[in-house]
Design a binder for this molecule. Structure first.
Ligand code: FNR
Length: 336
């Protein structure tokens, strides 16, 4: 059997294959973060396509932490009903479900005040954030905890904390953005402190699989290093994180040279260096490419982004290509 179609045990859940839909904002929520019919169809379609685990897009734990005012939200109990519908739609076709809990930090584009570790704008096109007080930090940690409780009520199988792409947690991790002089800035331990506290807060109410997405490279001289992420990943492991989802970039403005599998070496370095399960993402588009990454132990799961927007049935095609038997939903059997 190929590794791509071999089940994977993610803590207490079994994924039917190693294919994961990467979190992707659809900018289609109603104002105030509510699920729309589009979301239900969009995610259920990828489940029908036989994706093993679907990670629902970045979902705001507070309204001021949204990337845009069309982001999904999970800051209020009234969001739970729509999210439950999403989960039910995906589960009906056998996918496991996760949601990415997010705070956009200085990259929020919503009306009103925005917050970050330091009062420096991402670029001229963005607002200057307010430097967070210790009280502001505690509120965000509590918001993550409440969001985890709501995600659990909605029936998600797994949670992913968004610690990548220059959003709030990523901003704290990176010395290129975090200029604080208190115990949330400076040393590795201090820059990691917010993520540590968010993980502990989520873990206090959530026993299921927990993933953290990181940007393992800032593409900036004063940014984080791979050594930082090996240390951070060891800490995450000791706190009960099950897998690190390894992305890069978005922290500061930078030219990034992208090519097929460009972030796989980062996933591999963390997997080997921290003895931590990882996922690879970024221009992985073919079944053979995914199989190579898994067989060479470079990562444990394959996250697919844009290719799943183009082709929701990617897993069914990949199975054919690799000579695996995968059963589509009964209604579609005549098509395969
Ligand atoms: C993204 N990406 C992304 N990442 C993330 O952590 N949370 C998110 O909500 C989003 N939103 C998003 C929207 C859209 C339209 C795209 C195209 C991308 C990044 C995504 O998860 C993935 O890491 C990249 O797209 C690279 O993988 P692919 O697309 O090359 O397979």
């Amino acid at each position: 059997m190929t590794k791509l179609f071999k089940p994977y045990q993610l803590q207490n859940i079994s994924l039917k294959n190693r294919i994961v839909m990467a979190p992707m904002c659809m900018y289609s929520a109603q104002d105030d973060g509510f699920v729309t019919p589009f979301h239900v169809v969009h995610y259920a379609t990828r489940a029908a396509g036989q994706v093993g685990l679907i990670v629902v897009e970045a979902t705001g734990v507070v309204p001021e932490g949204r990337i845009s005012n069309k982001d999904l939200g999970i800051w209020d109990d009234t969001h739970i009903a729509g999210l439950t519908q999403l989960v039910d739609g995906m589960k009906a076709y056998g996918a496991k479900t996760a949601i990415q809990l997010a705070h956009a930090g200085r990259k929020a584009t919503v009306d009103g005040e925005i917050f970050a570790p330091s009062a420096v704008a991402f670029s001229d096109a963005y607002k200057t954030p307010t430097e967070m007080t210790l009280e502001d930090i505690q509120k965000v940690i509590e918001a993550y905890k409440q969001a985890a409780i709501r995600a659990s009520k909605a029936g998600f199988d797994a949670l992913e904390i968004h610690g990548a792409h220059g959003y709030l947690i990523s901003e704290f991790l990176s010395p290129a953005v975090n200029k604080r002089t208190d115990n949330y800035g400076g040393s590795q331990e201090n820059r990691y402190r917010l993520l540590r506290q968010v993980i502990d807060a989520v873990r206090s109410v959530w026993n299921g699989p927990l993933l953290v997405r990181v940007s393992a490279e800032d593409y900036a001289e004063d940014g984080t290093t791979m050594e930082d992420f090996i240390v951070f990943s060891r800490w995450m492991k000791s706190q009960g994180v099950d897998l690190v989802d390894v992305s890069t970039g978005g922290v500061v403005q930078a030219d990034i040279h992208v090519f097929p599998g460009y972030q796989v070496p980062h996933a591999e370095s963390i997997k080997q260096g921290a003895d931590m399960p990882t996922s690879a993402v970024g221009l992985i588009t073919t079944a053979i490419q995914a199989e190579e990454i898994l067989q060479n132990n470079r990562a444990d799961l394959i996250f697919l982004g844009r290719v799943l927007l183009r082709e929701p049935y990617w897993p069914l095609h990949a199975a054919k290509e690799l000579g695996e038997e995968v059963t589509p939903p009964v209604q579609y059997i005549r098509g395969w």
